[in-house]
Write a protein that binds this ligand. Sequence first.
Ligand code: ANZ
Ligand code: ZN
Length: 871
Amino acid sequence: MSGERYNPREMEPKWQKVWDENQSFVSSNDDKREPYYVLEMFPYPSGRIHMGHVRNYSMGDVVARYQRARGKNVLHPMGWDAFGLPAENAAIERKTHPGTWTRANIAAMKAQLKSMGLAIDWTREIATCEPEYYRHQQSMFIDMMAAGLVTRKQSKVNWDPVDMTVLANEQVIDGRGWRSGAVVEQRELTQWFFKISDFAEDLLTGLDGLTDWPEKVRTMQRNWIGKSEGLRLLFELVPANATAATSIDVFTTRPDTIFGASFIALSPDHPLTAELAGGNAELAEFIAEFRRQGTATETLEKAEKKGVFTGLHVKHPVLEGQTLPVYAANFVLMDYGTGAIFGCPAHDQRDLDFARKYDLPVLPVVRPADADAGFVVGDEAFTDDGVIFNSGFLDGLAIAEAKKAAAAHFAGRTVDGQPQGKVEVNYRLRDWGVSRQRYWGCPIPVIHCEVCGTIPVPKKDLPVVLPEDVSFDKPGNALDHHPTWKHVDCPQCGAPARRETDTMDTFVDSSWYYARFTAPQAETPTVPDIANRWLPVDQYIGGVEHAILHLLYSRYFTRAMKATGHVGLDEPFKGLFTQGMVTHETYKSPAGEWVAPADIVVETFGEGRRATHLTSGEPISIGSIEKMSKSKKNVVDPDEIVATYGADTARWFMLSDSPPERDVQWTEAGVEGASRFQQRVWRLVGETIALTEQSAGTVRGSDDSEALALRRIVHRAVHQVGGDIEGLRFNRAVAQIYELTNALVRSAGLVAAAPDSRVDALAEGVERLIQLIAPMMPHLAETCWEALGKPGLVADAPWPEVDPALLVDDSVTMPIQINGKRRGEITVAKGLPAAEVETLVLSLDEIVRILDGKAPKKIVIVPDRIVNVVV
Ligand code: ANZ
Ligand code: ZN
């Protein structure tokens, strides 16, 4: 075998077949070994895998293979997040069915994933678009309805007035419908919600226990839940009979700034605003404009702060005889707090912008601790900590104390027969609207009957299956347009009734798939005993773009499944890892068009690099390094990489270059380096086999400190690579393996020069090396394992044992001086007593030669330090 190059194209399919036939990665629910569940976020079947997938799945695969070798019963499944809008768009473009497109994509991507040699239990594969999956989701929806976790309420949707249809957020481009180009409006529709806000506090405190999650993800979730403790404060309208209401209820987190209040602002959606708009054309126009603008948080934050005076005033709650004007303002949202605020421009930037525009007073009431009473605010609100001033009974207090004092003050007063101030906790987290007016999603299993109302589909009638014969000729919800599908008899009274035509947000599908994997063929959504044994997922790996919604929804859904008896736990993911992106240089033609890496050649000259177009020969400019994306064409196709270099090379490179949480730059040189390493390992194995054969039957040297040194290196590498994989420091594991390989190659050279001395240590070391690379380059490892004559598959071999004695570096090297001159050195065990060191020194060839038969006059030994011989 030696001398032949390793051929991944031949070996990779071979081993994939062997693993398949042996069912190597099929995990049993009855296995008594300790379970370990590793999961990568399942892909959307867009058509082809990209390098980001390769990186993500390579990491998960290393963990899966490593934990298997550690003797765990590993669950490592794969599935498809298969519902969603792109399939409908493809159906429109290609005149096909969304299911046809989706299933073809799944087949193509599955073949690609298989070519990567992933240790996946494909018997557990699920696709969320199949009735075998979504029937269980419907069943849980019904359970959740019964448990009071689901509600129906009015909510805003994007409405395309030309196509007469609801649009998904992605279908609104710069405020216009993607197909009609019409300006999108906001409309109120009755929609289905999961009452996730009931779980706000629990989802928040639960984060404290997720210590194996990145801190930044926990922070993002905390901010998203957005707990704020504040005060509900009533402001009396003057005169009292100006409107039907007699007071305005605001929510504030800063009651300490009440003396700095200069206006009240209502949301354009506030009922009082609507009431007043009846007699106020300017206000009515303002509301209409606000509705057109949309309520995406980003739009709101960027939009200029604007408002309209309503004509109303309220009594200043602490300054006798003064009043505050009431505005309607575009930066106050109806669905937070009470939809009304008091504005304190000196200490809130939005209020300040607003006050400057409408010439309202800016009265500072908090000053920096080192400022005096002359402190004023310019264009920037003062929002830091400080001392209260200009504030009557609050003067001199710190903010926290002033908040308490203000709360106590208003609790003791009444407006409209109620306490003027009430302490209240608010959460930014809104209920989860799951209704989508789209075809390609899980039908909401509900029937609307004129007599009985809205009733769940009886479980025996599940699944509610999507009709196959749909047309996408008309814009909007093809399910709703279907001629017959929605017409059913009421399961309760038998009268003609109507099916719900909303389908579920695809985030619902991905909120419980990890639980379904534990019993993917079960007749119930889960088998609780089995789910509880596998869950929580020990290690979840995916992109940071899912840090908020997917992970929060999954955490909620697990709680909802617990409440309905489907699982017995709260938190689905024990460990979370968010990997960085794969980047690549960008290239542009002289005409300014993006050019793909595959279409160019790059030459290096000295320090510089020059790119030219492969076919046209045009000079190509080399641009910045960006996340791989189709729009910039800076992508490399995993299929091509696998065809050229093999899957192992791609996997190795994805793991090697940067820490896994950071971005990794794909370069030609990098892949080639990985490929060369593969050949180097293969050559080393060949040499080792030859050396072992040559030395068979020869007598090994006894005292062999070189062999011991090599064994130390090997055991240390085994130890460290294991630790690095457990800590998900794949790049460090790779670096350790490189070092080990270097040491083994060096040692093989020495053994070849002086046969038979260290050959056993070398053989042991190479065997270990193969085990260490097996999680990362599994095909190469199997090939080497077989060549080394090891029985079975390396995929089934236990992780090598480490001899702890070989881990501690317990030797010291002591210089030997003869008559004050350094003449040699000796390596001995640390702390070896002087008498024993003396014996060893006197037996050294060199010393024997120098002494030439005479006894030394004196030997002085400082243990672990130095040997002095006087002759
Ligand atoms: C007076 C005040 C003075 C405020 C001050 C801030 C600074 P968080 O912490 O995010 O909960 N607010 C209340 N409801 C609002 C709504 N529906 N739309 C927009 N803004 C709203 O923010 C709470 C603060 O945001 C509240 O405290 C209120 O303004 C504003 F120097 O009240 B504050
Ligand atoms: Zn009925």
